[in-house]
Every structure is written in structure tokens, then in C-alpha cells.
Design a protein around this ligand. Structure first.
Ligand SMILES: [Zn+2]
Length: 398
């Protein structure tokens, strides 16, 4: 036995429990476990759960806000998000001086912060376009290898500036997949016409099919109720037989959809087993998280940004993300706090397609030992866990 955690409080269970970890895996969970572990951790009756999962992070852009002016930030956060597309265009300025030399130290800093706060799994977007070329994706792939077993990173090859608007983007995405990117990205709403949005989605599905990869697309990220790319994405998912392999991010225009259309859309999402990753803390509008949960759709929370053109804060601290969104979504009852906790752990893991994730016998030991004894206190304090265990190894103490 490598690690024996004693006196752990578990979610939705009474009393204290012991957890045995061997060879990176949760070997046993029982009231009392005897044996000679290499390391013993006394949880002192505090909460032990699976570690935190962040299904949406622009990792190539972390800590870039200080390298640019605030034009994009002001436009993105402006009234009704009417200038979201302008914001993306001005944020692209950062790529004029794109260099792995300054990107990589930023990426490492963000991943160290993730480890400290128990965020062991991240779906990370790397811009792949005419300005960024393959610089961002190369930096993230290098960081993914460096942090393997501590913070597991899925790299998304993401055509930030469009695929029809930038005809060279599709070839660059193919090259990124050849380099070892894990997920095919997309941002169809950025195109100028509905026909182009559809073409964008189709081109990315074509690549996903060739490389047999999952898909993550940013959809409808502005205050325009006419944006309908989430529906297009769900229909493409069904048509291509990619159910359970596609994620949508943002979907902020959903907040302005008429009710009958919203309900039809949620039914489609469920049929396509398409999850939505929401991040209400990074923009004035957000997807209808509570209503989607009520309808039984898969929804999780993401950090989205860490000090970049769109959002000044962020630490890859998913308890902090849940705390902020407890306010923004008005999810403050005990049952809703439990839902928030699921959205930064097991539901986010399911959305990312992680197999064998969760505090269960036989699963990889990705755990946090908290300073608090319940979810309410964990959200209130949203500090670093006492111990962060990734793949059966203590990777951080706080
Ligand atoms: Zn985003």
C-alpha cells in the first residue's frame, strides 16, 4: 500500500472512512483499513473527494493581459456582449509577438497553480491560426508531457479566428493533430454567414473523423439571439454518429433564446449526449445552466481564462470558480452546492470523456484532502486542499 488516508469524510456518506491507494489506484474504501502503507495521511474527519476537473481553459493565453491594453476586455464585457467579435479581433494582437519562449513559462505557472488547487485534469485550448501558426499548440504539447501524472492536459487544436474566414486554418489544424493534439476545436459562430458556420463545423468533423478524435467547439459567444451554432453542432453530432464525443463551450446567446426554441435545443443536446461547459464568471451573459440541469442535460463549469484579454483573474482553482458561479447562477441551497461540486469534478470529467474518474475502488487515485468537512465550507473558503493526490502520488500540500 502506498498511501492510507484515515478518517476521511466522504460526500453523501456518514461517519469516517479509510481509503487505501496502491500503484496509482484506489484499492479499497472501508470503515477501517489495516496495513503498512508507505505514507499515512490523517484526514481528521475532513472531506476527501475526487480531484477537480477543468474542461475549458485557454492555456496558450494565460497571463497575457499584462502584455496588452484593455480594449478587448472592455468590448467583451460591454453591455449585452454586442462587441464580442470585435473583442476577439483585438485580442489577436497578442499573437504579433507570439513566441514559445514566453508562452511556455506562463503555461507552466498556470499548471503549477492548477496542481496547488487540486485541478488535476484540464482541457486546454491552443490557438491555431495564421498568426499563431503551431506555436501555441507546440507549447501546450510540451507542457502536457512535462506535467503528465500531475496535471493531465488534453490539448485542443483551436482555430480561434475561423476556418472559412481563414482558409489556411483547416490545414494548420491537421498539422496540429499530426503533432499530437488530442481534440479537434472549432468556433463556428465567428464566421460571417450561416452557410460558413455550417462549413466550419463540417470541416472540423471531417478532421475529427480522419484522426478519430473528440471535438470541442466554442459556440454562440455573444449577445445575439440569432446565433444558432449550438443547434448546428448538435445536429452534426447526430448526423456523424459522434454522440458523447462533442463538447460545446460558452453558448451565451442561449440566455436570449425564446423558451420553445430553448427546450427543443436541450432535447437535441440530450439526444446527441452533447455537454455544455459554462463560465458565467468570464462574461456578462451565460448559458442557462440551472434550466439545463433541471432538464437533465450534461453541464459543467470551466475556468475559461487566467488573466488574458477576456478576464483579469483566475488561478485554476475550481472551488473558486464554483464559489463565483454559486452567486452568478444563484445556486445556494445545499442540493445546488452539491450540483456545483459535481460540475467541477465528476460531471466535468464525464464531459471531457475521462474514463474511470471518481472516488471509487479501481479508479486512478486522483483525490483531494480538504481542510473543510463539507461542501458548503469548501465553497466558502475555496482555498488550496491540504493534500492533492494525482495518480496515487501527493503532488501538492497546502
Ligand atoms: Zn473560452
Amino acid at each position: 500500500m502506498d498511501i492510507l488516508i484515515r478518517n476521511a469524510r466522504l460526500r453523501k456518506k456518514t461517519g469516517n472512512w479509510d481509503i487505501a491507494v496502491s500503484e496509482g489506484v484506489i484499492e479499497k474504501i472501508a470503515r477501517r483499513i489495516n496495513g503498512r502503507p508507505r505514507r499515512k495521511i490523517d484526514a481528521r474527519g475532513k472531506l476527501v473527494t475526487e480531484s477537480f476537473v477543468n474542461a475549458h481553459l485557454h492555456l496558450c493565453k494565460v497571463y497575457t493581459l499584462m502584455r496588452m491594453n484593455e480594449t478587448a476586455l472592455k468590448d467583451y464585457h460591454g453591455e449585452g456582449m454586442g462587441k464580442a467579435m470585435t473583442a476577439i479581433e483585438s485580442a489577436a494582437k497578442i499573437k504579433d509577438n507570439y513566441d514559445v519562449k514566453w508562452i511556455l513559462p506562463n503555461v507552466r505557472r498556470a499548471l503549477r497553480s492548477a496542481a496547488r488547487f487540486g485541478n488535476t485534469h484540464i482541457r486546454a485550448f491552443a490557438d491555431v491560426d495564421s498568426k499563431a501558426g503551431l506555436i501555441g499548440v507546440k507549447a501546450l504539447i510540451k507542457a502536457r508531457e512535462e506535467f503528465k501524472g500531475v496535471v493531465d492536459v488534453q490539448v485542443v487544436a483551436f482555430p480561434q479566428d475561423g476556418v472559412v474566414r481563414e482558409p489556411e486554418a483547416a490545414d494548420l489544424i491537421r498539422e496540429a493533430m499530426d503533432l499530437g493534439a488530442d481534440v479537434v476545436g472549432g468556433i463556428p459562430w465567428i464566421e460571417f454567414t450561416e452557410k460558413d458556420e455550417q462549413e466550419h463545423i463540417d470541416k472540423m468533423f471531417e478532421i475529427a473523423r480522419v484522426y478519430n478524435k473528440n471535438i470541442s467547439m466554442l459556440v454562440d459567444d455573444a449577445g445575439d439571439p440569432g446565433l444558432r451554432t449550438l443547434e448546428m453542432l448538435a445536429l452534426a453530432t447526430l448526423r456523424e454518429g459522434w454522440e458523447g464525443r462533442v463538447l460545446a463551450h460558452h453558448a451565451r446567446a442561449m440566455s436570449q433564446y425564446p423558451e420553445p426554441y430553448f427546450l427543443k435545443l436541450v432535447a437535441l443536446l440530450k439526444q446527441a449526449r452533447l455537454g455544455v461547459i459554462s463560465d458565467p464568471h468570464t462574461g456578462p451573459l451565460h448559458a442557462r445552466v440551472k434550466e439545463m440541469l433541471h432538464e437533465g442535460a450534461l453541464v459543467a463549469l470551466g475556468q475559461d481564462d487566467v488573466s488574458d484579454a477576456y478576464y483579469p483573474y483566475g488561478r485554476n482553482n475550481m472551488l473558486e470558480v464554483a464559489f463565483l458561479n454559486s452567486h452568478l447562477l444563484w445556486m445556494t441551497t445545499e442540493a445546488e452546492m452539491e450540483q456545483l461540486y459535481d460540475m467541477i469534478t465528476v460531471d466535468a470529467a464525464r464531459a471531457m470523456g475521462l474514463k474511470r474518474f471518481g472516488l471509487r475502488k479501481g479508479n486512478p487515485a486522483n483525490l483531494v484532502v480538504l481542510h473543510e468537512e463539507n461542501v458548503l465550507e469548501a465553497l466558502r473558503n475555496h482555498g488550496a486542499p491540504r493534500f492533492v493526490i494525482s495518480h496515487g502520488r501527493v503532488v501538492s500540500k497546502g
